[in-house]
Design a protein around this ligand. Structure first.
Ligand code: SF4
Ligand code: SF4
Length: 160
């Protein structure tokens, strides 16, 4: 499915997540499924929590025991392929890179959108931060239903 449509299956997405118990703290989730010569995620992480290794074409892996959820890698990735997720039932908090206009504002409620572009629920905008390294990439913290943590990848503005 991934190679035909560019959309990973839910099993492929879950493979990128740590076990549930580790999601009580924020963890980087990397969805970088191609062997490409790229490594800003690895070099930007101050905790050496992302491993690509000597072959730059290898896909990155997260050492979830080292990852603090600091989000530096999220805005360092040119492919917008990294989010940070944590779960506190009944909610999950996801930090996503966002580069569209208009920008979401704290306190707004936007649509939560899955990897197929479908609306799957509400996303409460908790915080927006402009990266010091990459000012076109907004880091948006959203609160969603925890049952959607493997589904939601971005947000879409609700029509007024
Ligand atoms: S969130 Fe921070 S600690 Fe975790 S992998 Fe990314 S840069 Fe490293
Ligand atoms: S920086 Fe992004 S696109 Fe490049 S290897 Fe890391 S996750 Fe993949």
């Amino acid at each position: 499915m991934l190679h035909k449509t560019g959309i990973p299956t839910i099993e492929q997405v879950k493979d990128q997540f740590p076990e549930q118990s580790k999601l009580s703290k924020p963890k980087a989730i990397i969805e970088c499924y191609e062997d490409i010569p790229c490594n800003p995620c690895e070099t930007s992480c101050p905790f050496q929590a992302i491993i690509i290794g000597p072959d730059i074409n290898q896909q990155p892996k997260v050492d979830f025991d080292k990852c603090t959820g600091c989000t530096i890698c999220v805005t360092s990735c040119p492919g917008l392929a990294i989010i940070v997720a944590e779960v506190h039932h009944p909610h999950a908090i996801i930090k996503i890179p966002y580069e569209f206009l208009p920008r979401p504002q704290k306190g707004e409620v936007w649509h939560a959108v899955n990897r197929s572009g479908e609306i799957v629920g509400d996303a409460n905008i908790l915080q927006t931060l402009v990266s010091r390294r990459q000012d076109r990439t907004l880091l948006v913290s959203i609160q969603i239903d925890s049952s959607l943590v493997y589904e939601v990848i971005t947000i879409r503005r609700k029509h007024a």
